[in-house]
Design a protein around this ligand. Structure first.
Ligand code: SAH
Length: 252
């Protein structure tokens, strides 16, 4: 084995949601590679070289990290949440598959992290207690027809849906179109959670019904969680409702 490459997820924001394994990898790294805001979350230390790149440069960032590791450095590539969920781990393996065969000799270690969907679910109860799926609404890396086909299929099949990347400046209308499509399939009272910057100082979490879901509530730091027809809502007098999805389901 030559060099070392850790693929690390830093969790949703709160340092308490970064796993001890992630912290250990960061403490032995010689090089830190990632998108600027994620690299900024790692405190500087002597001997740690920082390599910051822009968003959407995943493959060149992955190749750079692999080159560093192949030269004998101990490299940590950071993502938010979990590195395997809409993040850098796939980009690194894609670069390995298509790159220099020597990269297959690099000691790659994937360190799991707390993905945004788990932090969001924990804030509102247990909405992921039964079958669910995670879907990125971004059509940067897949055609919009694929997004809508998948949304229809999973809503129809009764999955709870964790929607990542719901909106951005370049993708302003897609979330509204997704809600319109889902309103044809799911009951109007289906709970929808808008959870922004969860576990950070400006966290905002709101539970509404699908009928009232307004895409303007979401920004790039929002995860939109859409219940299934089975998801239950427990009203409380002085707090937002709890949501949970029962563990069992009757025969259709
Ligand atoms: N690897 C990350 C996901 C990266 S994609 C993970 O496992 O969580 C970026 C998307 O993740 C954002 O558009 C948003 O939908 C979601 N996200 C990341 N951090 C979040 C947070 N603290 N609160 C709410 N959503 C978050």
């Amino acid at each position: 084995m030559i060099g070392k490459l850790f693929l690390v997820g830093l969790g949703p924001g709160d340092p308490g949601m970064q796993t001890p394994q992630a912290t250990a990898a960061l403490s032995v790294a010689t090089d830190l590679v990632g998108y600027g805001p994620y690299v900024d979350r790692v405190p500087p230390r002597p001997g740690l070289v920082r390599h910051v790149s822009d968003n959407r440069e995943e493959i060149s960032r992955a190749r750079h990290a692999l080159e560093l590791a192949a030269s004998g450095r101990r490299v940590t590539v950071v993502s938010s949440g979990d590195t395997g969920v809409f993040a850098m781990a796939s980009a690194v393996f894609e670069a390995i598959e298509h790159g220099d065969t020597a990269w297959r000799g690099i000691d790659v270690e994937v360190i799991p992290g707390i993905s945004a969907m788990f932090a969001v679910a924990a804030r509102v109860g247990a909405p992921l207690g039964h079958d669910f799926c995670a879907l990125s609404l971004s059509d940067n890396l897949k055609p919009w027809e694929v997004v809508t086909r998948r949304l229809r299929a999973v809503a129809d099949a009764g999955f709870v849906i964790a929607l990542y990347n719901p909106i951005s400046r370049a993708r302003p209308w897609q979330l509204g179109a997704a809600f319109a499509l889902l309103r044809d399939i799911l009951p109007p009272a289906t709970p929808v959670v808008f959870a922004t910057a969860v576990s950070r100082s400006d966290e905002a979490v709101t539970v509404v019904s699908l009928a009232d879901a307004d895409p303007a509530r979401a920004d790039m730091r929002t995860l939109v969680l859409i219940g299934s027809a089975a998801t239950r809502r427990i009203e409380r007098a002085s707090a937002p409702p709890w949501l949970y999805t029962p563990r069992s389901v009757d025969a259709a």
